[in-house]
Structure formats: C-alpha cells, structure tokens
Write a protein that binds this ligand. Sequence first.
Ligand code: SF4
Length: 302
Amino acid sequence: MRQVVVKSVLSKTKRRDAWFLDDYTVNPFSGCAFNCLYCYIRGSKYGEHMEEKLSLKSNVLEVLEKQLKLRAKKGQYGIVVVSSATDPYLSVEEDSQVTRHLLEMLLHYRFPVHVITKSNRVVRDFDILKRIDRESILPTDLQPLLSHAALITFSFSTLDDAVGKLFEPGAPSPTLRLQALRETLAAGFHSGVSLMPLIPYVTDTGENLHHMFSTFETVGAKYIFPATLTLFGDGPADSKTLVLRAIEKHYPHLTEKYRKLFASGGQLPRWYRDAFASKVKSLSEAHRLKNTILEQSGSVQG
Ligand code: SF4
C-alpha cells in the first residue's frame, strides 16, 4: 500500500457535533477502500476508484503520541473520533493493525474514543475498547451526561446486502455489520447506528424505514442518527455524478425524480428534508430509539 508522511493526525474540531460528540478526529489512512458512491471525501483528490489512491499515514503513531502527550499535559481531554474521513477497519488494516495500536495509545493517554465504522472487524479490539470504556477520562461537561468513554457507531445506508453492494461496493455487508452490532451490544458497549445517508426512494421508503427501525430496536441499539443524502460536484469522480449514474443504471424509473430532486444543487429540497425529519421523528419515538448518545438529558457544548 502507498504510504504518506504527515505532520499532524489529531485534529481538533471547531465545535463538537451534537450527534457524534467529536472533540478530536484521527484518520490512519488517507482515502478509503470501501468506495461508497455517496462519500463526501470523493472528488478530484481520490478519483473515481478511491481504493486505488488509499495511503497509510506511515508515521501516524509517532505523531499521535506527541500530540496526545501535549493535550493530556494541558488536561485537554476530549472524545476522539476514529475515524471521520476513512474507515478505521479497512481490510488493509489487518497487516499493520494500525487502528489497534492507535487505540492502545489513546488508552495509554486515557482519551475517550468514538469508533465509527462500517466494518465487523471492530470486534477484534473489544479488549482495548473495554479498558478505554472504564479507564479513559471524559471531558468535564460530559461526565454528568454519559457514563461510557468508548462509543461504537455502525454506519448503514441499508440493511439489504444487494443494495449495499451497489452503493458501498467495498464495505462489509450490512448483514455482517448488524451481527457485529449485536456482538458489540452483548459485550456491554454503548453502541448505536448512523443511517447516513439513506438513499431517496430506495432505502428511505416507509416500508424500508419501518424495517430498519424495528430491526435496530430489536437488537437493542442505544441510539440512531438518520440523515438524508447530500451530494457533491459534477466531475467524473464526484459523489453526485456516481450516485446519479448508479440510479440511472439500477433504478431507471427513479432517474427523472432524482434529476428534479438534485436540480438546484447537492441538497435535497426543503420539503423533502422536512417530510423525512417528521417521518424519522415518529419512527424513533415509536421504536424507543434515542437520537442522542447522551444517557442523561442535557446539551453538549460546542
Ligand atoms: S466508509 Fe465512510 S469514508 Fe469510507 S468510502 Fe464509505 S463513506 Fe467514505
């Protein structure tokens, strides 16, 4: 695999996201081999086949150690999202085990962690994540609201393996992910799902949403984050081009609807987003799925 040398790997976020609670992010790879068509990191930098441009940040551990040491010395503990612009459990990770080493380092400096993944491989690291959950230090303002310092979120756009193959061609199947979610919850982790993004008229239909919400309620997910699709760019490697092409090929009856939906840009029209928000609000209530990771009510500081 290609390698790149980086100057910084621990990025401080401008403000903590109310869903993901990210104070910092760490990405061990540049690019992603899961190659999701709707991915926001797509574009001219990585090209149409992102997996071909994938690089390991060869000095990630060395740089991370320096940055964590400094932050810990200043008492600047915060939740570290692993990862925000790649998947931490790509199959190439198995050789270097870079994500495992990275978690070991976060544990050593007692930083809390939020793993966001589409992979079932996270179960390999339950031993370290368990220790992080018990031993790491949550930021002071979150301590009354949350009792877990290891959070694990699985990302889904569908529960149908065939649909997953079309839109997330390099990722482990939704079936494997769902099984991993079950195992994660059975192991006692605070774990839930991000439905980002749901695909208009394909995976966000009433029937499909009902199936997804009931499934996640049955497995005992602690939270759910449903979101609509946003697309970027008109270049050959951009998410808008790739998703519209996939719709044209696999769902030709939706082509015209998609043209209209995305006629004025990358965001779905306001009426669509409002209808979606009200649908998922009632489903969340009906299936007793929270829209927050927090266990106690309260607001998070940015
Ligand atoms: S797993 Fe995430 S980062 Fe990787 S291609 Fe898919 S959306 Fe992009």
